[in-house]
Design a protein around this ligand. Structure first.
Ligand code: PEP
Ligand code: MN
Length: 358
């Protein structure tokens, strides 16, 4: 064996020793991570890292400089921290890691997340029996099952129409029973959930309440599907964690709804984060819908964004429909009237047939 070959052979052996050592180290780190988790101690501990680096530098006889050794060890520390965090993250109940199969939610026979497209249509707010009934009839004629309507409206201004409250839920329920539809309506107060479950088939948690943790917990405590909207400035990770609040209490029937996020762009009401759809589909097992009304705030963009939603793999589309949007008490600029809704559905159903991934 030449000198070179001899040295290379030794190098290979050292590599394997190092590998064994860093993995032994990793196992110790995982053990510490589990203890930290139990005691709810923060995983990153800069004081401890500093102590370890000092100890290592004090024992360093070279030829590596202390700064080089520090750099190498810091990389090892970083990888170890990620390992602890991955172990922690693996536990998320909404994750695909936990449950590889798609969650399919049966809402009065409408199967959300089964590979076909679901639609959630209805007015922004419930204003009267007649108003909801007109929309319900149009919705029914298209073979759509999920009727939306806000009874408790979280409005930017306290002086704007706040919704009809319980009376609104009663109207929705009456109309839904008459047309054999399922009701989806927003609840803003944890104390209203118990009462609302008699009237709604799906509890909507709105963008403004995505991190209202008491509301999330209350929705997780009941046996009723939840449509959870992404917060105005929520990251995907925060959105997923909000869903985790619900599932962690026992309710796994959650539909995630991308509804646009706040950016510097003024051309649309919000910026539709279309790539959130495949990310949410990959990372979680939950159905994902896209609300084209609140994300764009523009009637001319409802159809193109709905097509994009279906093309990218969304399980459903939400949009607002009002018999006379010009006089609507909320979101009058962006709701579709009934003829527009019918042309929207004519066009979109062609795409749904192509995009269907059942
Ligand atoms: C709604 O869907 O009625 C609504 C208020 O939407 P968001 O919470 O997404 O703003
Ligand atoms: Mn609205």
């Amino acid at each position: 064996m030449s000198d070179m070959e001899q040295l290379r052979k030794e190098l290979d052996d050292v590599n394997l020793e190092l590998l064994e050592l860093i993995n032994r180290r990793a196992k110790l780190v995982q053990g510490i991570g589990q203890i930290k988790n139990k005691q709810s101690i923060k995983r990153f501990d800069p004081v401890r890292e500093r102590d370890m680096l000092n100890q290592i530098a004090a024992h360093n006889d070279g030829p590596f400089e202390n700064s080089t050794v520090e750099h190498i060890f810091k990389e090892i520390f970083k990888a170890s921290l990620e390992l602890q965090e991955d172990d922690h993250r693996k536990a998320l109940l909404v994750s695909r890691k936990k449950k590889p199969n798609d969650t399919i939610i049966d809402i009065k026979g409408e199967k959300v997340g089964d590979g076909t497209t679901s639609y959630v249509m209805g007015p922004c707010a419930v204003e009267s029996y007649e108003q909801v009934a007109q929309v319900a009839q149009a919705v029914k004629e298209r073979g759509i099952k999920l009727l939306r309507g806000g009874a408790f409206k979280p409005r930017t201004s306290p002086y704007d129409f706040q919704g009809l409250g319980l009376e609104g839920l009663q109207i929705l329920k009456r109309v839904a029973d008459e047309y054999d539809l399922a009701v989806i309506s927003e609840i803003v107060n944890p104390a209203h959930i118990e009462q609302a479950i008699d009237y709604v088939d799906v509890i909507q948690i709105g963008a403004r309440n995505m991190q209202n943790f008491e509301l999330l917990k209350a929705a997780g405590d009941v046996n009723k599907p939840v449509l959870l909207k992404r917060g105005l400035s929520a990251t995907i990770s925060e959105f997923i964690n909000a869903a985790e609040y619900i599932i962690s209490r026992g309710n796994g029937n959650i539909i995630l709804c991308e509804r646009g996020i706040r950016t510097y762009e003024k051309a649309t009401r919000n910026t539709l984060d279309i790539s959130a759809v495949p990310i949410l589909k990959q990372e979680t097992h939950l159905p994902v819908m896209v609300d084209v009304t609140h994300s764009t705030g523009r009637r001319d963009l409802l159809l193109p964004t709905a097509k994009a939603a279906l093309a990218i793999g969304a399980d459903g589309v939400m949009a607002e429909v009002h018999p006379d949007p010009a006089v609507a008490l909320s979101d009058s600029a962006q709701q579709m009237d009934i003829p527009s809704f019918n042309s929207f559905m004519d066009e979109l159903s062609k795409y749904a047939a192509i995009a269907s991934h059942s």
